[in-house]
Design a binder for this molecule. Structure first.
Ligand code: NI
Length: 262
């Protein structure tokens, strides 16, 4: 999908380009995205090393910004040393937010208590750095929301990434200072709940993302996902919001810049 220079561009607000699955062809993947009208990609870390790798990539590509943090899966690796290194990383101007952080009670790869501790610690870190946060929530809606409220986690803004929940929770999160980001699952044929949410939320609170290499959109389902395919999410969102693709691309890109202050 090549687009001419003057056409509207889009931002992929959540990608893992440092993932080993991109190791052999990340340059081509980024080039395809840029040629296809993806003006910026937010490369998200899930532990210290992947956050450093994301920063290295951002050093090579001005189109890349970084989110540095420890994923709930890796929460058991969190300690004071990790936290202070994260503080260093988080101070880099190319690091536009802290995350992805949160709770994942679906896979439970780290003990629940470790997940909660790492989540709270990173919220505090982001508050010290005055940066927004990127939240991962899987099967932990109530607990995520109560920690957000207790810690005033939205004080510098933030994003609920890869949202697939109900409208009322999304509205609650917006009240707490968060934007809602949709990924490939919005395009799946069984995405009734997400579609309903994406239809009724105010467009100025919506971001789009790929979460690549995961969650390829319906038309590429089962394959390795990549930033170019964020257009598929934009298309579906345009359908939901009854707006043109150009409008949705323009508005969501603006929203992304606003949240990350870029
Ligand atoms: Ni992710």
């Amino acid at each position: 999908m090549k687009r001419d220079q003057n056409s509207v561009k889009v931002i992929d607000s959540h990608a893992h380009l440092q993932d080993p699955r991109f190791a052999s062809d990340v340059d081509q993947v980024i080039e395809r995205a840029c040629e296809g009208g993806v003006e910026m990609m937010i490369c998200v870390g899930y532990d210290l090393q992947s956050s450093r790798d994301a920063l290295a990539l951002a050093g090579r590509y001005p189109q890349i910004r970084v989110v540095a943090g420890v994923h709930p899966h890796d929460a058991k690796s969190m300690n004071d040393q990790v936290l202070s290194e994260l503080w260093e990383l988080g101070s880099d101007p190319k690091v536009v937010a802290i995350g992805e952080m949160g709770l994942d009670f679906y896979r439970n790869l780290s003990p629940v208590e470790d997940q909660k501790k790492a989540f709270r610690a990173q919220i505090k870190l982001a508050q010290e750095l005055r940066k927004p946060i990127v939240i991962h929530d899987r099967d932990a809606h109530a607990q995520v929301l109560s920690i957000i409220k207790e810690e005033k986690a939205g004080s510098n803004g933030g994003i609920m990434h890869c949202y697939s929940g109900h409208l009322p929770l999304a509205i609650e999160l917006i009240k707490e200072g968060f934007a809602i980001s949709f990924a490939g699952p919005l395009t799946y044929s069984n995405a009734k709940k997400s579609v309903e949410t994406a239809t009724r939320l105010p467009i100025n609170k919506i971001l789009i993302e790929t979460d690549c290499p995961y969650l390829a959109p319906q038309s590429h389902r089962g394959k390795r996902n990549e930033p170019l395919w964020v257009w598929e999410v934009a298309k579906k969102l345009a359908e939901c919001q009854k707006k043109s693709l150009e409008e949705v691309a323009y508005i969501t890109a603006n929203n992304t810049r606003q949240v990350f202050r870029i």
